[in-house]
Design a binder for this molecule. Structure first.
Ligand SMILES: O=C(O)CCC(=O)C(=O)O
Ligand SMILES: [Fe+2]
Length: 339
């Protein structure tokens, strides 16, 4: 059951104040090379910790997922979104479960308007009836499952670095995100930001994705070269100046994964690791007739896991309750139905 307590989360209060345009500012997102991970582990942990305690965003290169595999997953995602709506509707979002297809149904607390996008979410325990069949989209299920697995492995590797620095066992987060458990709730989300017409572009209330922080521990975003739009606003610049918050653009590259800390890990680290506001801006007039695709893997601790940092800054909450509050605040149809 979803309750109305979602309004009490401090994270949501922040989101609601930040729907406006703001201003743009240059800012470097740390680029972290993961090659020779085992031998360079200590140096990599330093770099990840530095980035995560400061800007809350970093980009990974030489991360071990082949660029060909990323491109193949993108190709299939594009083929999925190109299916007729009636076909996609056979795989519609299961309420409150981050699984299935939705079209312009996510309303961000920051903007109160629907994101100009559609998405298809893969959360392993809830996929029954949601995979397109072999005739509709050959190999989709096999390739996406393999990609999800690779993303999970990399996510757990990165989280093992944070675990060590936080004083947990190295594999603490791997257990917390156990992939074959029935209460697994990490999600691979395929995203398609729609081409937009002149009227939509002129509407200042619309966003491809309104300002938000992520609900999870760690997000890994795969983006395509030439399809920019992701903008980041580090916490210390939110209240910044009279001109409003400063937003910096992230430059996409096929072989780079853009990562950010989410609210779950911020809580779990007693606020040491920063969950940073971000958004996907509307396209420029030159970009407007083109779609934008991205894929995001959200490392979300399994439902039964209790989130509480070593310093006990926040009361304990299960990952299930935490996530449900955030989903309810974003998908109104879900909340209304369940309320
Ligand atoms: O599409 C992107 O680049 C970012 C997506 C995002 O922030 C999200 O889905 O939470
Ligand atoms: Fe996000």
């Amino acid at each position: 059951m979803i309750t109305s307590t979602h309004d009490t989360l401090q994270e949501l209060q922040l989101e609601r104040t930040l729907g406006g345009e703001g201003r743009e500012a240059e800012r470097e997102i740390p680029l972290i090379d993961l090659s020779d991970f085992d031998t360079r582990r200590d140096e990599i942990i330093d770099r990840l910790w530095q980035a995560a305690t400061d800007v809350g965003f970093f980009q990974l290169v030489n991360h071990g997922i082949a660029t060909a595999d990323i491109r193949q997953a993108f190709t299939l995602a594009e083929e999925f979104f190109a299916l007729p709506d009636a076909t996609k509707a056979r795989h519609s979002l299961k309420q409150g479960q981050n699984a299935g297809w939705e079209f312009k149904s996510q309303v961000r607390p920051s903007t109160q308007t629907a994101d100009q996008k559609e998405s298809y979410q893969i959360t392993l325990p809830h996929m029954e009836g949601l995979w397109p069949d072999q005739v509709t989209l050959a190999e989709f299920q096999r390739i996406m499952l393999d990609f999800e697995h690779q993303a999970w492995q990399l996510g757990m590797r990165v989280l093992s670095c944070f675990a060590e620095r936080l004083g947990f066992e190295r594999d603490f987060f791997t257990h917390a995100h156990a992939r074959h458990a029935p209460d697994y709730q990490s999600t691979l989300r395929l995203l398609h930001y729609l081409p937009l017409d002149r009227d939509a572009l002129a509407d200042a209330s619309l966003w491809r994705a309104g300002a938000h922080t992520d609900f999870d521990c760690l997000t890994m975003v795969f983006q395509r070269e030439g399809q920019g739009g992701l903008q980041v606003c580090p916490g210390h610049e939110v209240a910044g100046s009279d001109e409003g918050p400063a937003w910096s653009s992230v430059v996409p590259r096929d072989d780079i994964i853009t990562c950010n800390i989410g609210d779950m890990l911020m809580r779990w680290s007693d606020d040491a690791l920063k969950s940073t506001l971000h958004r996907v801006r509307m396209p420029t007039p030159e970009e407007a007739d083109k779609p934008r695709y991205s894929m995001a893997f959200f490392c979300q601790a399994n439902k039964d896991v209790t989130i509480q940092g070593p310093l006990r800054t926040y009361p304990p909450i299960t990952a299930h309750d935490y996530l449900q509050q955030r989903i309810a605040a974003n998908f109104h149809a879900v909340r209304n139905k369940d309320a």
